[in-house]
Design a protein around this ligand. Structure first.
Ligand SMILES: Cc1cc2nc3c(=O)[nH]c(=O)nc-3n(C[C@H](O)[C@H](O)[C@H](O)COP(=O)(O)O)c2cc1C
Length: 139
């Protein structure tokens, strides 16, 4: 089993209906590919964790890379895993609101908002996976 985490930016941002359309299609496709994971969105930024068979995850990532709904795709981590963390979700989803951001990054509201929460999560080693797990447990 293999996992891959990345972040990206949607320059114009996506509306909630656009996000739901993206998610519905992704869930449908992931079921057929035995891909599971989680997508997180906050103010034009994405974070996604994909898990499944290595070649399938890598192929899907290559397709996602070329999707024009986002840009600046940055690979955070990829590697083998013993077990899936999102076995029950073809693609869990979390729209990060202020409350969720403050729960994830204590004291965030007091920081200079030039650094987005996803950038802060990205900057700290290991925080990526831990963030997904804590968001999963809050679903
Ligand atoms: C942020 C983001 C996350 C995505 N996640 C998935 C996903 O988990 N599974 C998936 O099949 N497509 C996902 N997509 C859509 C793919 O980029 C692509 O449009 C879709 O797989 C259809 O590809 P195809 O036209 O080559 O069949 C995502 C797109 C974006 C922008």
């Amino acid at each position: 089993m293999f996992e891959l985490l990345y972040t990206s930016v949607s320059p114009k941002g996506l509306s909630e209906p656009d996000l739901m359309t993206l998610l519905q299609a992704a869930r449908c496709k992931n079921q057929g590919l035995d891909i599971t994971g989680m997508l997180v969105y906050h103010d034009r930024e994405f974070m996604q964790l994909l898990e499944g068979e290595e070649s399938i995850v890598k192929n899907l990532y290559q397709r996602i890379l070329t999707d024009n709904r986002h840009t600046s795709v940055e690979l955070l981590y990829q590697g083998t895993i013993e077990n899936r963390a999102f076995g029950e979700w073809s693609m869990a989803f979390k729209l990060l609101d202020e409350k969720a951001v403050n729960a994830l990054i204590p004291g965030y509201e007091e920081f200079d908002r030039k650094i987005s929460p996803i950038n802060m999560i990205k900057a700290s080693p290991n925080r990526g996976k831990r963030t997904f797990l804590s968001l999963r447990d809050s679903l």
